[in-house]
Write a protein that binds this ligand. Structure first.
Ligand code: FE2
Length: 246
């Protein structure tokens, strides 16, 4: 695939250039998040976490992670130099390349980072890319969005991304578990969900597409799926709905 839009954003991760303090920040973030995640993350996330062999004490080497993911689902964690414009972002998802930041937040802002960093991207997102149905859903999302030009349509379908990839919940064994990166990687958001601070609605595509995203405070209403087949199918339904307007 020719990556015209994303080419300017692709970089290398020079792994040996990370300082010991940066590895220590990763280790501290993992130490803080692991206990809650072991209890609250869905089983597919936890399985993916061991598939990609995330380390507890050192920053992840993206080449090694991609080498573990690719044979399973065709995905890679591809280094980029920051936040990507939509066109580049969707193009990469369509090619099963997850745009992954390589910067790690500083030690004095462990609980919050305004921009995604390697902890949000790798600890939060990448384990789910080892799951075949989720992996296919995400690729399809990118391929459909890459063709969209109308910004109202993009905003609407962006809510599907927000309420799944970023803030998705799933019911497993009678409990609500988390799989979205924004809930996985954030103690505050995850605790808000587990403590009932947030309404948990059943996932219905129409409701998701009609719920604007909240970016500046804790989530008030999230959606729980029953299985990952549900979002895979929802994406196909969304594509058909957009079909007439494209
Ligand atoms: Fe994210």
């Amino acid at each position: 695939m020719h990556l015209a839009a994303s080419a300017p954003y692709l970089i290398e991760q020079r792994y040996e250039e990370y300082a010991p303090e940066q590895h220590a920040i990763w280790a501290e973030l993992v130490r803080r998040r692991r206990p809650q995640i072991e209890a609250a993350a869905c089983r597919e996330y936890l399985e993916g976490y061991s598939v990609i062999e995330l380390g507890d004490d050192r920053l992840p080497n993206l080449q090694n992670i991609s080498a573990r993911l690719k044979p399973r689902t065709g995905w890679s964690a591809t280094p980029v130099n920051g936040f990507l414009p939509g066109e580049a972002f969707f193009e990469m998802l369509a090619a099963r390349m997850f745009p992954t930041t390589i910067y790690i937040r500083s030690g004095d802002s462990l609980d919050y980072t305004p921009e995604p960093d390697i902890f949000h991207d790798v600890f939060g997102h990448v384990p789910m890319h080892a799951h075949k149905v989720f992996a296919d859903f995400l690729q399809h999302y990118g391929a459909v969005c890459a063709e969209l030009k109308d910004h109202r349509q993009l905003e609407r379908i962006g809510r599907l991304f927000w309420y799944t990839v970023e803030f998705g919940l799933i019911r497993q064994g009678g409990e609500v578990k988390v799989y979205g990166s924004g809930v996985i990687s954030s103690q505050g958001e995850c605790t808000n969900v587990l403590n009932g601070g947030c309404e948990i609605a059943d996932f219905r595509l129409e409701d998701v597409l009609n719920t604007p995203v909240i970016v500046d405070h804790l989530q008030k209403r999230l959606f729980a799926i029953e299985s990952f087949d549900q979002i895979y199918e929802a994406m196909h339904t969304a594509e058909k709905q957009l079909g007439g307007a494209r």
